[in-house]
Ligand binder design. Sequence first.
Ligand code: SAH
Ligand code: SF4
Ligand code: F3S
Length: 442
Amino acid sequence: MKYNDTYKILTYGCQMNESDSARMSMQLESIGYKAVDSLTDAAIILINTCCVRESAENKIYGKIGEIKHLKQQNPSLIFGVVGCMAQKNGEQLFHRAPHIDFVLGTNKIHELNNVINEIKHSGHHLTDLAPADGGVPQEVLPPSNNNFSVWVPIMYGCNNFCTYCIVPYVRGREHSRSLQSILTEVTNYAKNGVREITLLGQNVNSYGKDLPDTNFAKLLYELDKITGIERIRYMTSHPRDLNDEVINVIKNGRHICTHFHLPVQHGSDRILKAMNRGYTTTEYKTLIKKVRSAVPGCSLTTDIIVGFPGETDEDFMSMLNFLREIRYDAAYTFLYSQRSGTPAAAMAEQVPENIKKKRLKQLMDLQNSISLDINKTFLGKTVDVMVEGPSRTDVQVYTGRTSNNKIILWKKSGNEKPGDIVTIKITHPQTWVLKGDAQYAK
Ligand code: SAH
Ligand code: SF4
Ligand code: F3S
């Protein structure tokens, strides 16, 4: 082995996992480990896992399998599986993949360095899970890297128990971080040059319900006052809990982004009820009207599940009509995946795979045409874009986002660097991105 103080973390799943990985990196770096790009250079490999759909789990099992030969070549390699799938499957992971050294649950991230220490001494398999609802996750070191944009978890867990979803079982009940600890963290980021923050929680509108005298509106209001933070994003909002107070703070905010991600999940009332979403299509539409009139020019995105048990052709048609009526800027669409232990997994009338896939294709085609139509309205307009950096395909082509979360591509024109705001004139709007020309760097 070339090194004994290096690590690599592979992250699957949602932004909460990205954020957890960033915080695990900090813990490892605090005891002298350094990040490397390649798995073969790493003395510690962590896979931070997701189990929201079966496809995610299968992909991760494939990756776990690939690590086996690295462990054979280098027996002192430490290999840990952490996060949601670790929490769900626990010790079973060792039966399936004995080359795993340790399994660390979602509420045990702060134990990472202790666990690594123990493994080094004992060399035995180790599991540290704690029930997912076993108390408030402890504060861990925030990432202090000099990225212009950081994820900020504001609450953990979920109390909603949508009938298809595994997240509440692996992430436990809702726990909010204290207002003060979030404000202090973000103030420090701002001093270090961070320009954009994204607040994270499974249901950010529930922030503060478990604390005295605070709520999401108040948190947004306070964060908006911090000098240096130009853009405040947040996800995910549950449509049932997005109230007038929050809409008002966003409307009057200076730095709060004009993008609403409001997962509807379905457009049929019968299915929404079976999903336990807590709203009807009529209530959802009323909310959208309110949001659009309070924040003109805002963008709206959503998540949709196709093929929930019992979904008929008629339900599916209601979904398509719903999309035509709302006209989302973009939709993240998923094939329903049976997650054992959730109520929906036990429901009769599971929809056959081929029907689900056919419906998904139809839905995506419709949404893509709506997204393109909306994006075409930007042709010739200028937009303010926060620079993210070179695009993946061409270092001369830069990428960034508008306040309302449109992804913009342009040919680098000057000294623009990540975190700067530049003005771009849109010349080629497409379905997922808008291409344009830089006007001048602000
Ligand atoms: N807390 C967020 C995100 C949860 S997971 C929210 O409530 O919106 C992200 C998305 O995955 C969900 O919005 C849902 O559309 C999808 N999802 C969750 N469970 C799923 C399942 N069993 N099958 C398919 N998609 C699922
Ligand atoms: Fe899952 Fe529903 Fe909670 Fe989102 S709100 S994490 S979909 S249970
Ligand atoms: Fe996946 Fe866990 Fe996020 S199951 S979607 S990584 S909360």
